[in-house]
Design a protein around this ligand. Structure first.
Ligand code: OGA
Ligand code: ZN
Ligand code: ZN
Length: 569
């Protein structure tokens, strides 16, 4: 059990703190009192049925302090009982909860911003489209979770063999959320119409765009279900708008800044409808991270700004538009009857090539929202909580089995190396997610199609990616992304830090070459701009040190409470 100790001296109670152990420790006295009290789980503070808070922040004493903190047990589970000064209120915090929620070095990534996404270019998805068969998707909760997670992390997924019946697209939306009805109806038909109000309903080429930018709030999910596609042309394309925006930020920071701060009027008009929204092309969150892309050449209205700002906007708009069309970004594919594309309309841009006017091409579309999708995914994961506990057993077995048997040219086994890395992170006082990332960073050597041994004979096994993908079954991006980037972090550090490369072990120098060598200047700048770069660099430094034949490290079980607290629910 994790030990909990108090830095506050119990005034009127005997000193009950357990002696220090080597378990992770949460110091109650170091926690902000208002934060801790606001999270009191007692039935006076929270409605036991709904879990909603029963008090106002203004009800709490201004000079709130922990009078005492005592380790106790509730039904066999370790808790810390806090007595509050000056009001004498008592709170009991499960040790598990304290460990999972202790204030860490980095804030929880907003899953809607770039910090919660895996950005991609077409080649990253080659041969690995996120897709599932409709029947399996319906029947197997884990498959539904995988697809919804793909929409969340990659921005889209493709369902195959959805019955080619009219209205079926609504049934797809209803598996994860609520249909958003608009002036186009609950669903809309995408096929050639005489005198179309929207060019989507013609045979013309449609360049990469997001839908309904003239709506605020914009529909955040779009579905397109293919009923027939027998026309010449009419191929589909998807572009990761967050990737494009991140490239713009790196290559032309001024253009990026202009597009995040210039409100653009988007307009739609037909006989019955008049819609306008005034929003920037690139929306950022309070931390300045990319959170929304709105891009649609068809519906940008007339901007009203001082002339100099208009010039700056048009220069930046053009640069971004050129970037969106840059070869390599767009994923090209063709929808076949029965395919249903589900995508994030705040991030991905979709496109189609022109098609033969007389050809039979018919899609049906509808809109829904990401909050509902995220909620459905979270509920699916609740059911998977038990699997997750088995997941820790799976990781323990990988370490105890192949991990304890294999070496990668170092004097320690891969398992010893990983355990040492975890121990170094813990000793450095790293937040729990980084201890976990350091501990698990090389798990991919036992996972992907190419083994660690093959890496040592010259084939890159992409173990940071296969490892991160495996870990994503149980952990959030705060754990998986430093793992994914730990090889890139080596290539980065070798490029930017004098003397770093010379300190690499012989095996690590060898794999550096297999993995592409030190980054060039552009790559290094792009890496440094990633939201997870600092975490990945921290993991990398422990990785380099964790090769000591003399060092002893705790075993996997030592880390189990910390890992359990990080499992996503
Ligand atoms: C749309 C659209 C793409 C297509 O209807 O919003 O962009 O493949 N359609 O026809
Ligand atoms: Zn569209
Ligand atoms: Zn390593």
């Amino acid at each position: 059990m994790p030990a909990v100790s108090s830095a506050a001296t119990p005034a009127d109670e005997p000193a009950t703190d357990e002696p220090a152990t080597d378990e992770p420790t949460v110091l109650i006295g170091a926690l902000p009192p208002m934060w801790l009290r606001d999270n009191c789980p007692c039935p006076e503070c929270r409605d036991p049925h709904s879990g909603q808070k029963l008090f106002q922040i203004t009800d709490l004493p201004r000079e709130l302090a922990v009078a005492s903190a005592t380790p106790r047990e509730d039904d066999g589970a370790a808790v810390t009982e806090v007595v509050w000064s000056p009001d004498g209120h008592r709170s009991r915090y499960p040790a598990q909860w304290l460990l999972a929620h202790r204030p860490g070095g980095t804030a929880e990534p907003d899953p809607r911003s770039e910090a919660g996404k895996q950005l991609w270019r077409a080649a990253d998805l080659a041969g690995a489209l996120p897709q599932a068969d409709w029947a399996t998707y319906l029947a197997v909760p884990a498959e539904r979770a995988r697809i919804l997670q793909a929409v969340q992390r990659l921005g889209f997924a493709l369902l195959r063999a959805v019955p080619t019946e009219e209205g079926q697209v609504l049934a797809v939306a209803e598996t994860f959320g609520f249909v958003r009805e608009t002036n186009y109806g609950r669903l809309f038909d995408v096929r050639v119409e005489p005198n179309p109000d929207n060019l989507a309903f013609s045979a013309a080429r449609i360049t990469p765009h997001t839908d309904n930018p003239y709506r605020d709030p914009v529909p955040t999910v779009q579905l397109l279900h293919c009923l027939s596609n027998a026309a010449e042309g009419g191929d589909s394309g998807l572009v990761d708008g967050f990737q494009a925006a991140a490239l713009l930020r790196e290559e032309d920071p001024e253009a990026f800044a202009v597009l995040t701060r210039t409100p653009v009027p988007f307009v739609y008009r037909d006989a019955r409808t008049e819609l306008t929204a005034l929003r920037p092309l690139i929306g950022t969150d309070p931390l300045g991270r990319i959170r929304e892309v709105r891009f649609n050449n068809r519906s940008i209205g007339t901007l009203r700004l001082p002339a100099a700002e208009l010039d700056a906007f048009y220069t930046a708009y053009r640069t971004f538009a050129e970037l969106l069309l840059r070869p390599g970004l767009q994923l090209d594919f063709r929808l076949a009857p029965g395919d249903c594309l589900v995508f994030d309309n705040t991030r991905l841009l979709h496109a189609r090539t022109a098609f033969e006017q007389s050809g039979a091409r018919h899609l049906q579309g509808c809109y829904a929202d990401l909050d509902g999708l995220a909620g459905t995914l979270a509920v699916l994961r609740r059911g998977a909580a038990l699997d997750e506990l088995h997941g820790l057993d799976e990781l323990a077995e990988l370490l105890a089995g192949p991990g304890a048997a294999e070496y990668l040219g170092e004097p320690v086994t891969i398992a010893q190396h990983m355990l040492q890395a975890g121990a170094l992170a813990e000793a450095a006082g790293a937040p729990a997610h980084l201890v976990a990332a350091a501990l698990l960073h090389d798990i991919g050597h036992f996972q992907g199609p190419v083994s660690g041994r093959e890496l040592m004979s010259g084939t890159d096994n992409r173990h940071s990616h296969t490892g991160a993908d495996l870990l994503a079954r149980w952990f959030g991006p705060e754990v998986t992304e430093p793992v994914r980037l730990h090889v890139a972090a080596k290539r980065y550090l070798c490029a930017v830090e004098p003397g770093y490369r010379a300190r690499l072990s012989e095996a690590s120098e060898y794999t550096l070459q297999v993995q592409g060598g030190p980054m060039d200047e552009t790559e290094a700048a792009a890496f440094a701009a990633l939201p997870g770069a600092a975490d990945a660099v921290a993991v990398r430094r422990w990785d380099e040190q964790a090769k000591d034949a003399e060092a002893t490290a705790p075993d996997f079980e030592h880390f189990r409470p910390l890992l359990t607290a990080l499992l996503r629910r």
